[in-house]
Write a protein that binds this ligand. Structure first.
Ligand code: PHE
Length: 447
């Protein structure tokens, strides 16, 4: 039988998994969520969610993936044959393709903005109305759709090359560059005139701002940002070797992902307060407000290029991880080549990505449950399928599968001290599922 692929180095494992986690979720979504939900108070709750839910759910996915060395469907089957559990894998695969579709649309926007930054169009002198420009761009019938498709073509080339030559190599190259860009942009923002106001907004919590809806937004953001609940980290961990320390890696991913989110917050809010932008601008923050700021900032051309390059790099290392879920499933469960399975996933992504993109323009009137296709995909996957997936993972690993197997995976067959694994098992069994149920119920507006 053909040997299953593996990541080759520890750094490769870290770069790929952190690459999956760090993406538009950190640089685009986190700042606008923090901005609309009270700043520091939101960040405080977010960090608690990452510790008590995020890290345990990552560990569940790692236990299933590394423990079986299979794709999500194979993993559920291997750990609990002839049961309903394997249907959970279909939810995961569905969620991964839905997220891939709308994620590629936003990633396509970032490609367009990068090209406008590089050609100097964004920072050209003269009157600009960035809100109107963004509105016209997303509503135009072909331009955003073409960028979505170009993005998916890049994504395709990387995934088709496989784990070692595609995913590991691109992550090893892109992640250090991403780190350097983040630090340079942060230094620039910290030197701006009203940087301290931005820092105060981010780090000086006003606990009266914590409401149930802030808690829920923070929980949802933690799921999205850590790539949780759709078996992304399960699939990646099926390519880990048996010496990879799971709890340590899970903690590192969560820590680095949170640091990147906070650095993105510093970059954006220090600039925003210095140029009198609106922190609660919502999803359009990065596309409507920031270009205006770059336009009035000294050296704006350079900072705009760096910022949008950062967004493109961050999105590609995340989109390849979403694609790998279905690619591993198609190729292993239906015995087809990796190239063909990648073609299938890319084709699905392109068809639904194009429809999501067009839902801002010519398909604007086509709504389901009152939502455009883009919003529907975002809503169903991020608000329902991800938390549900996370809940299933914690119940399956915490309550259903063999306890010895869980222990062995967390301690690498007794080679790692048991202390941290005991805490993780407690969080997996009790705390994480209860907290997730609270999120799900509130999404369904039951509580
Ligand atoms: N975590 C990614 C981000 O922050 C998004 C993502 C979600 C990636 C789900 C994979 C799976 O952008």
């Amino acid at each position: 039988m053909k040997q299953r692929a593996q990541f080759t180095t520890k750094i490769g494992i870290l770069a790929a998994t952190v690459g999956s986690a760090v993406g538009l979720g950190n640089i685009w979504r986190f700042p606008y969520e923090a901005g609309s939900n009270g700043g520091a108070a939101f960040i405080f709750i977010y960090i608690i969610s990452v510790c008590v839910i995020g890290i345990p759910v990552i560990c569940c996915e790692f236990i299933m993936g590394r423990g079986t060395h299979k794709n999500v469907h194979g993993a559920f089957n291997a750990l609990h044959a002839s049961s309903l559990w394997k249907y959970a894998s279909y939810l995961n695969i569905l969620a991964s393709l839905m997220i891939l579709s709308f994620y590629s649309v936003v990633a396509g926007w970032t490609l367009n903005y990068l090209s406008e930054a590089v050609t100097g169009k964004m920072t050209m002198t003269g009157e600009h109305d960035f809100s109107a420009e963004f509105g016209n761009f997303v509503a135009s019938p072909w331009q955003p759709t073409v960028f979505t498709i170009i993005f998916l073509m890049f994504n395709h080339v990387i995934v088709a090359r496989g784990i070692k030559k595609g995913i590991e190599r691109i992550s090893n190259t892109v992640m250090p560059i991403l780190g350097v860009i983040l630090i340079v942009l942060m230094a620039n923002s910290l030197l701006l005139p009203k940087a301290t106001e931005g820092l105060r907004f981010l780090f000086y919590p006003d606990f009266t701002k914590i409401t149930p809806s802030v808690v829920l937004s923070a929980l949802g953001q933690a799921f999205f940002s850590l790539s949780l609940g759709l078996s992304c980290l399960l699939t990646y961990s099926s390519y880990f070797n048996d010496r990879t320390p799971l709890v340590k890696n899970a903690t590192m991913i969560a820590t680095l992902d949170t640091i990147v989110a906070i650095i993105s917050g510093i970059i954006i809010f220090c600039a925003l307060f210095s140029f009198d932008g609106e922190p609660a601008a919502g999803p359009k923050l990065v596309f409507e407000i920031l270009p205006g700021i770059f336009n009035s900032m000294p050296g704006g051309y350079f900072w705009a290029v760096l910022f949008f390059l950062l967004l493109v790099f961050a999105s590609i290392t995340s989109s390849i991880s979403m694609t790998e879920i279905s690619v591993a499933y198609f190729s292993e469960e239906y015995n087809i080549s990796r190239k063909t399975s990648t073609r299938i996933s890319t084709a699905i992504g392109m068809i639904f990505g194009a429809l999501c993109s067009l839902s801002f323009g010519i398909l604007n009137d086509f709504t389901i449950f009152g939502m455009s296709l883009f919003s529907l995909f975002d809503y169903i996957s991020s608000n329902i399928l991800l938390p549900l997936g996370g809940l299933i993972f914690t119940i399956f690993v915490g309550w259903i599968i063999n306890k010895r197997f869980v222990q062995e995976q967390l301690t690498n067959n007794g080679q790692i001290a048991r202390k941290s694994s005991k805490i993780i098992i407690f969080l997996i069994k009790y705390i994480a599922p209860i907290a997730i149920v609270v999120v799900c119920l509130s999404v369904l507006r039951v509580i």
